[in-house]
Design a protein around this ligand. Structure first.
Ligand SMILES: Nc1ncnc2c1ncn2[C@@H]1O[C@H](COP(=O)(O)OP(=O)(O)O)[C@@H](O)[C@H]1O
Ligand SMILES: [Mg+2]
Length: 305
């Protein structure tokens, strides 16, 4: 059993291997799983999300990533294992319940109204109002001002918040969604493949705001099939394969090369090497050939700058 001391943003030393406590985790899954009728989409998943840390969940298509986050975000219920928030077992019936616990999800399709202005989308579903009931009206000035301030706080500078959000790039829209979640008090931010449809440069921008959310003390669950993106911001890595977790390792326990190998599997590695060589400055010749990654990884103290 590995023993890893972690230092969260609040300076508390927590021990990763105490099964009886969540060790400061906001969200924890213990042997969690989900069946859709006869289809066992997810099985035996352990995951912890700590404040101020990024937990990456990697896996190929169909690995169970979306199923995993749907459980945490309240869209689906787990059918096996435990799901705890702040150490208490929970079972959400709606995404609203997850949101009330501070768990916000940014979906790939983003659920924005493309023709509405940026500021309007920022407050969509949680509009600011003024005046007494029953004559409450939208407080447009306050919403514009707040959206502007909040976006700037996250380092997101847009020329004009009146422009329809549909005119923003995919990366910018993801950033607005992240800033929105931070503003509305999210403690856990779930991002489902936020960089999947983006080019290299825009992906970089989104990764920057993932790091910004972490700096603000949020626990981030970053879903991706790109080990390279994961490794740029991740503190912990979980690899799903065919619905089970085949790797759970802290940053100190796994290298980018090992992560890539886990993700790709030996046979698919060649194709991925080719892809990586185009994506970024990876020296593909340096990537290891298929090797035994099932061997236990030596524990190492983990520190975060
Ligand atoms: N609503 C559903 N009903 C039945 N099977 C589903 C449903 N959602 C996902 N699955 C199945 O569960 C498995 C995992 O899917 P998913 O969680 O979407 O994976 P990923 O997001 O990693 O691509 C797949 O085999 C998929 O076909
Ligand atoms: Mg998915």
């Amino acid at each position: 059993m590995t023993s890893t001391n972690e230092t969260g943003t609040h300076g508390a030393i927590v021990t990763d291997d105490a099964p009886e406590s969540t060790g400061g985790a906001i969200v924890e899954l213990r042997g969690a799983g989900k069946s859709y009728g006869n289809i066992r989409a997810l099985h035996g998943v352990d995951l912890k999300v700590h404040p101020g840390r990024v937990s990456c969940v990697l896996g190929d298509n169909g690995a169970g990533k979306s199923t995993l986050i749907k459980i945490i975000s309240g869209l689906h219920q787990h059918t096996e294992g435990d799901f705890l928030v702040d150490g208490d077992p929970v079972r959400f019936s709606t995404p609203r319940e997850a949101l009330d616990k501070g768990i916000a999800t940014v979906y790939q399709d983003l659920a924005v109204v493309p023709l509405m202005p940026v500021w309007r989308n920022f407050f969509l579903g949680s509009e600011m109002t003024k005046g007494p009931w029953p004559v409450r009206r939208l407080d447009i000035e306050a919403m514009k001002k707040t959206a502007d301030t909040e976006l700037r706080n996250m380092g997101i500078v847009l020329d004009d918040l009146e422009q329809p959000i549909g005119t923003l790039s995919g990366g910018q829209r993801q950033c607005v969604a992240i800033a929105r979640a931070v503003y509305f008090g999210a403690r856990v931010l779930i991002l489902d493949e936020p960089t999947a449809a983006l080019g290299v440069k825009q992906s970089g921008v989104v990764l920057k705001y993932i790091a910004a959310a972490r700096e603000k003390g949020l626990g981030v669950i970053f879903i991706t099939h790109n080990p390279h993106h994961a490794y740029m911001v991740g503190d912990h890595f979980s690899v799903l394969r065919l619905g089970t977790m085949e790797l759970s390792a802290s940053r100190a326990e796994v290298s980018l090369e090992e992560l890539t190998n886990h993700m790709a599997g030996g046979a698919e590695l060649a194709a991925l090497k080719h892809e990586l060589s185009q994506v970024s400055g990876v020296d593909v010749e340096e990537l290891p050939e298929e090797k035994d990654l099932t061997a236990p990884v030596a524990s190492a103290p983990e520190g975060k700058a």
